[in-house]
Design a protein around this ligand. Sequence first.
Ligand code: GLN
Length: 304
Amino acid sequence: MVDFQPILDQIHKNIQQCSDKGRVADYIPELSKVDPKKFGISILDNQAQQFSVGDAQERFSIQSVSKVLLLSMAFAKVGDALWKRVDVEPSGDPFNHLSLLEMENGIPRNPLINAGAIVVCDVLLSQLKNPREEFLQYIRDIAGDDSIHYDLDVAESEKRTGFRNYAAANLIKSFGNLEHDVEDVLDFYFHSCAIAMSCEQLVKVFYIFMNRGKCMANNHYLELSQVKRINAIMLTCGFYDEAGEFAFEVGLPGKSGVGGGIVALLPNEFCVATWSPGLNEKGNSKLGMLALEQLTTETGLSIF
Ligand code: GLN
């Protein structure tokens, strides 16, 4: 068993000395209100031991991190039929890229870019009676934490300014790869991005991807082969056009969001979440990536 606490304390010290914290996302106006000095990390290991530093209990907007949770709910419900609607190739492009190449015949390149997650939302709308409520409950159940909620101000803010997501959804619809109304699909999509959680809560949710599909309470959410696929998609597509850099520097499957959160995991060993709202030019948390690089270098624990 690794005692992660001294390593996290050291990383926290190192990070506090960094003057360039990156830029907080402001294209969703509500996100620009967040204090750029916030920083937290939490690790949950395979013995359910939790280690944290900094602002690890403060909730933030998980944004695109939720794409993995949409994917896991949809994959568990419809199985391999999902791959008829969305592909599994890394895009090498930004998360909100809109070229026709990103969605040949209306099939987005992967479920972790916006276009792909919008299609996954459409799949879920066909499966769920009350999509918003049931998706939130799914996450609460996995974490064993009913206090997880939507930040409705963030959802509203993104709905008002999400022109590019409207464009993507309309483009996909024009190819016949959306069954539901653009408005309904995007309402669900914007809410999923607006889930608020702390690092300590996020690692409990992502525990299922570290623990062969089972949550901390030992309930089964995914088959082992499904976990393998989701982790592979996180490794190759979780950081948009910086997925190669993340694998190179950190060496773990993971997912970032423009709220400044990153979650990553080493299968069967541990799950880690970081939060630092300042982003690099690719839209990934600048100090979060640095902290994770230090963590895997210092411990020698990565999938490689
Ligand atoms: N809600 C954001 C968007 O659709 C999510 C982007 C992200 O976190 N990379 O633009």
